[in-house]
Every structure is written in C-alpha cells, then in structure tokens.
Design a protein around this ligand. Structure first.
Ligand code: PLP
Length: 427
C-alpha cells in the first residue's frame, strides 16, 4: 500500500505503553492485535519464558509430549465446561483449520459421509488461511479469492445498528434465527455451524443480542449439527468472562482459543473437543480415523509455560472481576463519544469497544477519508499518544485486559480528541 512508506520501530514495551526507537511512547489501544493481557514486559510472564527456555526450548509433539503442554491441557479442560481434549497449534487461523477438519472428519469417522457442508454467519472472521477464509468470509478482505474458497451456507447476524426497515431489534433477531432453522431443516448435509463466540470482531464489532448464540446452539442439537465456536478473540476475558460460551449458555462440540492464551507473549492456539468428537478419532491405525494435522511448533513448551503462568495469574489476581469493574469506565464516556457528530454508534462489551463513524447520522453513511481511515486514525492517534487501528469505519479499542481505570480514562479521552481531529479530514 503506497500510503505506508515507513514504519515506526517499536523497541520496548512497558505496561500499556509501546516505546519506539526514538523514545516516543504510545498507549497500545490495540492490545498488540487483541492479544495482550497484562501489558508489556510483565516480569512474571517474562520469568516463565526464561525459566522454560533454560529447560527445553522446543520439542515436537509428534510421538512425544512435554510437561508444560500436559499441564496446559489440564488447565484448559478445567476452565472449559464440556470439553475433553486439546489439540495445539501456533496461531488462531490454524486452530480454526483444525476445528473445521475435526468437524468434517467426525462425520466421516462415524460413517455419515453425507454431512459435508459448513454453515456460518455472514461477516464472521476466523483467520486468513483458505479454510478459515471460507468459513469466515468478510467480502472486503477475501473477495479476490472467492472462486478458490469452498462454499458454505451463510446466515445473517442481527446488527442492532442496522436493523432492516419494518423490523424491531427483537423481530430482526427472530427473523435471523428463523432463517437458520429453515436452513437446518431443509438441508440434512450440514456437518457443523461455525461462529465467533459472543461477538463478531473483524466483521464489525457486532455484539450478539442475548440468547442469539444459545438458540443457535440449541438448534444445532435439534438438527444434529456440530456447534463450533471461535473464542480466539472473544474468550479469555475480552468480553468480560473467561469462557464466552458459558456466559452465552451455549454448548459447543469444538472450541478454539488463541491470542490471549499466552498473555499475548508467545504464538500459540488450541482447539478443544468434547468426548464425542474425540472418541470418533480413536481406532486402530489402519482404521485411519486419526486426525492428520500437525505443525512444527505444535505444543511449543515455552509458549505452553507462559500460557500456564498467564492462566495462574488470571486466578491469582481475579482478572475477570477486575475487567468487569474497569469496563464500567467505558460507559462513563458513552454520551461524550456519541455526541461527536461523526459517531453513529458505539458497541461495547468487557474490554472491547467499537466506535462506528458515519458522515450522516440519520442515513448512517460510513465516513470516507482521502487516505485510508486506518492511516488517518493511526497518524492522528499518534499525535495524542495512542496506537489506534480501525476496521473500515470502526475505531476499535482493544486494550490490554489488565489496564487500570486511570489508564483507560486516559485512553478514552485521547480517543475522543483523535476522533475530533479526524473530523476535518473527512471527504
Ligand atoms: C475471531 C478470530 N478468529 C481467528 C483469528 C485468527 O487468528 P491468527 O491471527 O492468530 O491467525 C482471529 C484474528 O484476528 C480472530 O479475530
């Protein structure tokens, strides 16, 4: 992209601050791509990494295992009701590829070879690899690859800010659920329904209305369809609960975690499956029921060691409660943000806020700027001392989960100043 001619070099991090090679400090409002939990350079997490580095740095999970991953599997199963086994990978997209393969192969393993279709919701996002792009199709991101992606069945998601004419929000939700049920009842070839848990992130910060996810979970059970949830961006406290599917009273067969799993310090993801799924994969070697999937760095012990320390710290510091309390700071700023004449909507849950910018509040027309909106916000944000990224016309606030109240106040008031400054750049 021509507008990015140079990049600031980040050389240090301290708490919520990123520090570049020239010594400039900016607040990490993006949580280093939504994964940072305790802020940067947390001594306990750094210690967990260095300690493990002195033992074994990497050893394969092919034919072998290691202590940190064994411990982490136990930790993950403990926090994930209904889940039975863990399959490791090293990034969220791979965790979702694994979830897709598990779901498709499950039916094959039990002899139901007709169930081969994946159902999803519009504008979901599950990563940038081909399977993940197929099931999480955001047209703006992946339109160029449409022909190469496998086909899925897509259903609408109720977006409270863009309710079609003639509907109330709750009518609209029921309409979306009706469409899903009709789709399920007419097609007996659906292997799995895949969605982000609690909210769509990259697809526009769409926070699901109450009961939406639970009802889909129930429909999946009713029509014998596997329910697969992606908690990579929304689990581990981002939306204010450790496990979103539990808060949503939904029951997945397969769930994926990533991003915040290691506190945002090492690259690791995990795909968890319930007993039913796991057992379908066990058999004699020549039954060929096992899952052919593995990456070089699957189950990296350093990543697992820091993930274990991270999970321990969630409990020790009661982080989820702390997030729920700190999150109230956002609400104090709702009105001030909404009063800005280019703000159409704010969507907030836990430690996530999406601010949708429009050039006309009534017609809800997304703003346009000469350079990309992201670039404009990045430059203006830097002047205010914050690192911001937008998704189209939506400003995303996704700070480190353990951000302090005073720090969040600072972030919000600087964000308001940034939005005000961007007003003059709208075309
Ligand atoms: C919901 C969701 N799933 C999957 C992914 C992909 O994760 P990764 O970037 O680690 O491949 C992301 C990344 O933003 C995500 O938001």
């Amino acid at each position: 992209m021509k507008e990015w001619t140079s990049f600031d070099k980040i050389s240090k991090g301290n708490g919520i601050w990123l520090i570049d090679s020239k010594g400039n400090k900016i607040i990490d409002a993006v949580g280093s791509m939504w994964c940072n939990v305790w802020g940067h350079s947390n001594p306990q997490l750094v210690k967990a990494i260095t300690k493990q580095t002195k033992q074994i740095q990497h050893s394969s999970l092919f034919n072998l295992t290691n202590e940190p991953v064994e411990k982490l599997a136990k930790n993950l199963i403990k926090i994930s009701p209904g889940m039975n086994k863990v399959f490791y990978s090293d990034n969220g997209s791979s965790a979702m590829e694994i979830a897709i393969k598990m779901a498709l192969q499950y039916w094959n393993n039990i002899g139901e070879t007709k169930k081969t279709k994946i159902a999803t919701v519009e504008n979901g996002y599950h990563g940038d690899t081909f399977g993940a792009m197929s099931v999480g199709y955001v047209p703006e991101f992946f339109g160029k690859f449409k022909k190469q992606l496998f086909s899925t069945m897509q259903f609408p998601v109720p977006n409270k800010y863009r309710v079609p004419k003639g509907f109330t929000s709750s009518d609209y939700q029921n309409d979306c659920l009706d469409k899903i049920e009709k789709g399920f009842s007419k097609n007996n070839n659906i292997a799995a329904f895949i969605m982000e848990s609690g909210a769509q992130m990259a697809g526009g910060v769409i926070i699901y209305p109450k009961d939406f996810q639970r009802k889909i979970s129930e429909l999946c059970k009713k029509y014998d369809i596997l329910f697969v949830l992606d908690e990579i961006a929304t689990g581990f406290g981002r939306l204010g609960s450790m496990v979103q599917y539990q808060e949503q009273k939904s029951k997945p067969d397969i769930v994926a975690y990533g991003k915040m799993l290691t506190g945002g310090y090492m690259t690791m993801a995990a795909t968890l499956a319930n007993k039913k799924i796991y057992e379908s994969f066990s058999g004699e070697f020549y039954d060929w029921k096992h899952l052919f999937h593995g990456h070089t760095y699957t189950g990296n012990p350093i990543a697992a060691a820091v993930a274990n320390e991270n999970i321990y710290m969630y409990e020790k510091h009661n982080l989820i409660k702390k997030i729920q309390n700190t999150s109230k700071i956002f609400t104090k700023y709702y009105q001030e943000i909404l009063d800005i004449d280019i703000v159409g909507d704010i969507r907030h849950k836990g430690m996530l806020m999406g601010i949708e910018l429009v050039s006309n509040k009534e017609k809800k027309i997304p703003i346009r700027t000469k350079k990309s909106i992201n670039k404009v916000f990045f430059e203006e944000g830097k002047k205010q001392g914050i690192y911001l990224r937008t998704l189209g016309n939506i400003v995303m606030l996704v700070p480190p989960l353990a951000i302090k109240e005073k720090e969040l106040e600072m972030l919000l008031s600087r964000t308001i100043k940034t939005i005000q400054a961007v007003k003059s750049k709208i075309i």
